[in-house]
Structure formats: structure tokens, C-alpha cells
Write a protein that binds this ligand. Structure first.
Ligand code: OGA
Ligand code: NI
Length: 405
């Protein structure tokens, strides 16, 4: 939370606007205490097999024709979106968008596009790629298979209900804090790599083609991730393979979170996904081709991403900021919802091996550039968001080396 938010909240408190969450903690009191993380039991990761309270499926709420959203989904005024999305509205001429990069031109040696990715990684941590090599038919098939899955009756999906210990399966919240405010989405989380974690029985069996399509989609996205890793590595001025090696070489991991954002009766009060940076390496997002909603924090505004047809939206996670010693930025982003149309997005995460220690690349460190982050395994790092839920960039910002402060 930045200072501006704090001031807003204090002001609102004196105006007697209720901003306390159900557990009676206000936002400041809920701020992450990184020290507490070391208390968690590392062997079972401390997250347990049960959610702290009964799970509310957002889709069920959306389908019950409520006139408003339950209190648990109402954000404090300072966090509410100040604009809402109108479906099928063309972006205004000259509206800022995230950079669009032609990947085939980089692979055939175009230096200019390579530099544009470099700039995007340093400035936004966000860009979209076209001509990326993944067939548009496969992209559409994967999105539509997941859309059909979410359209199954709620009971059919409950069979895959997830737990906080692994997050695998059908879920409706991030974080295990009792009484926390919730986001307007349901999701499905699954693992592709390492192969030991890939368990097709934990993937839905309906619609009938979903496992096959998602399997192929995962393979293609792994290849795309590998290509991006080489470009990002080379753009740091280190060997092409350096970042991949830091991820554990062939032992890197990959997983996916499919987000389902139902129509929301009061989109101006809620968020589909609260501000966060992704904890991992590279995120390759297949946005909904009909409905916008993803916003990137840039300067003091939120830019609505206007994805081109058949493009992927790529963003860097916290591990990239750490490995690059903050040359690259993980980006804060959020999702806004609307009352007219549901939205489906597929977020593929290309991540380090879970138990390898991640720290700034040696080649980027010197006496004038000391390491900004202490080593921490990705598994331990990920516990922050899995425990406390989305909290802007607070995790990476508090994960700093003692040398510097
Ligand atoms: C995510 C995410 C954005 C979207 O899943 O981490 O940021 O557009 N998704 O759904
Ligand atoms: Ni994200």
C-alpha cells in the first residue's frame, strides 16, 4: 500500500466509511509481515488441506441474479476501479497500450525489435507478442475448452475443488486469511512441469477434448517460454542460456491458472483480480478475445491492455526482477470486471525449479552494483502470495538485502 492510499483510508475512516474487513483488521494491520513466513512449517508448507472458511463460488453468486455484490467483494473506495469497461468499445485513438513485438522478426535477427523487448522489460515488465509460433487454432481451442469447463454445472466442477496446500484444481480464492476481502473470479490451477507434478487425473475430464488440447497447449507454451528466456537473457548482456540455468536448466517448472471472471452486477465496487505482481518467472497470458479487463500499473495510472488478435500478453514476475537485480521490473497488474460479459483468460507461468535458490545473477553484480535481493527458493517465495493473497508489489519490495538497509 502506498502512502497515498494510507492517507485516503485515514480520511475515509474519519468520515465513518466502513473499511474494516471481517476479521477486524484494517488494511495497515493486514500488511504483510515477511518475518512470519519463516515460522511456517517448510515440509508441509504450512498451508494445510482446508480453506479457512467455506468457499464461495463466484459463478454461483453471479448466476443468482443479485442486485449487488456481497460485502466480502466490495473493495475500499481507494482500491475501486475508477473506470469500467464497456464491451466492444474500440480504444480511443492514441490511447496508450503496452508495446507490441513481432517475435518472428527477432528470431530472424532484427535488432530493433530485440531492443524494444529490452526496453519493455525495463520500463513496463509487460509487452504483447505476435508471430510467436503458436497456432491461433490451438489458442482458440484451449480458451474454448476452458470456457466450456466453466459452463458445466457447479457440482461437476466441485469434484476438482482445490486446497491451499497445492492450489491444484478448481478454486475461488488466493490466500488463506480468514475474513479477507475476495476477488470476483473462479479459477483452475494445474501443473505441466516438472513431469512428476503433471497429473492428468487432476485436470478436468470434460469437455471431452480438454486434456488433449491443454496438453498440447502446454507443450507449445513451454517452447515459447524457452525462446523468450533466451531473448531476455541476451538482453541483459549475459549468455543466452544464463537465465535458463538460473531456473534450474531442464528442471524448470511450468503451471497454468485459468481465470473465469463472471459478469458482475456492481463492477465499480469489485475487482476480478486485485493488484499483484506474479511471483514467478515469465507469465504468458492468453486474454479473452472479446472482453478487456487486464490493467497494468504504470506511473500513477492503470493502463487497460488492448490485446491484438492472436497475441499473447507477456509479463515478468518477481523472480525476473530478482535475477536481473532490478534491471527488469515485475509489473503490478489487476483485472477489472463488467456487468455485460464473462471473461476467460489463460495465464501460463514459466517458473524456476521450486527448490533452487534464486538471487541476482553473478554477472550483474559488482562493487557498485551490489545484490539487491538475498537468495530464496521459489517455493518459499511463492508462499507469500499463497498465504496472504494479492498485495501489489509488497512481497518483492520487502524482500531486500540487508546490505542495503
Ligand atoms: C494472473 C493474472 C490476468 C488476466 O492470473 O496472474 O494476472 O487477465 N491474470 O486474467
Ligand atoms: Ni498476474
Amino acid at each position: 500500500m502506498n502512502n497515498q492510499d494510507k492517507i485516503m483510508i485515514e480520511k475515509e475512516t474519519t468520515d465513518k466509511i466502513e473499511i474494516k474487513t471481517k476479521n477486524g483488521l484494517n488494511e495497515q494491520e493486514q500488511e504483510v509481515k515477511m518475518d512470519n513466513m519463516s515460522d511456517l512449517d517448510k515440509t508441509t508448507n504450512g498451508l494445510g488441506e482446508k480453506w479457512p472458511e467455506p468457499i464461495i463460488r463466484v459463478q454461483s453468486l453471479a448466476e443468482s441474479n443479485l442486485a449487488t455484490v456481497p460485502d466480502r467483494f466490495i473493495k475500499p473506495p481507494s482500491q475501486r476501479p475508477n473506470e469500467t469497461i464497456t464491451i466492444n468499445q474500440q480504444p480511443e485513438d492514441g490511447a496508450i497500450n503496452i508495446p507490441v513485438i513481432d517475435l518472428s522478426s527477432i528470431l530472424s535477427g532484427n535488432q530493433k525489435d530485440k531492443e524494444r523487448i529490452s526496453e519493455a522489460c525495463r520500463e513496463f515488465g509487460f509487452f504483447q507478442v505476435i508471430n510467436h509460433g503458436v497456432r491461433p487454432e490451438l489458442m482458440a481451442a484451449a480458451r474454448e475448452a476452458w470456457r466450456s469447463f466453466f459452463h458445466l454445472p457447479v457440482e461437476a466442477k466441485e469434484a476438482y475443488s482445490n486446497s491451499p496446500s497445492t492450489y491444484e484444481g478448481y478454486g475461488s480464492r488466493l490466500g488463506v486469511e480468514k475474513g479477507a476481502l475476495l476477488d470476483w473470479n473462479d479459477y483452475y490451477f494445474l501443473n505441466f512441469l516438472p513431469l512428476a507434478l503433471k497429473d492428468l487425473n487432476k485436470w478436468p475430464s470434460l469437455p471431452s477434448n480438454i486434456r488433449e488440447v491443454v496438453d498440447e497447449y502446454g507443450e507449445e507454451l513451454v517452447k515459447l517460454g524457452e525462446r523468450l528466456m533466451r531473448i531476455l537473457s541476451s538482453n541483459l548482456g549475459v549468455n543466452e542460456e544464463q537465465l535458463q540455468e538460473a531456473f534450474g536448466g531442464e528442471d524448470f517448472s511450468a503451471c497454468m491458472r485459468v481465470n473465469y471472471y463472471p459478469k458482475c452486477p456492481r463492477p465499480e465496487l469489485a475487482l476480478g483480480l486485485s493488484p499483484h505482481s506474479d511471483p514467478g518467472g515469465i507469465t504468458i497470458l492468453l486474454p479473452d478475445d472479446q472482453v478487456a479487463g487486464l490493467q497494468v500499473h504504470h506511473g500513477d495510472t492503470w493502463i487497460t491492455v488492448n490485446a491484438l488478435p492472436n497475441a499473447f500478453v507477456v509479463n515478468l514476475g518477481d523472480q525476473m526482477q530478482i535475477l536481473s537485480n532490478s534491471i527488469y521490473k515485475s509489473s503490478e497488474h489487476r483485472v477489472i470486471v463488467n456487468s455485460q460479459k464473462e471473461r476467460v483468460s489463460l495465464a501460463f507461468f514459466y517458473n524456476p525449479k521450486s527448490d533452487i535458490r534464486i538471487q541476482p545473477l553473478e554477472q550483474l553484480i559488482s562493487s557498485t552494483n551490489p545484490p539487491l535481493y538475498p537468495p530464496l527458493s521459489y517455493d518459499e517465495y511463492r508462499l507469500f502470495i499463497r498465504t496472504h493473497g494479492p498485495r501489489g508489489k509488497s512481497y518483492v519490495e520487502s524482500h531486500v538485502s540487508l546490505v542495503n538497509g
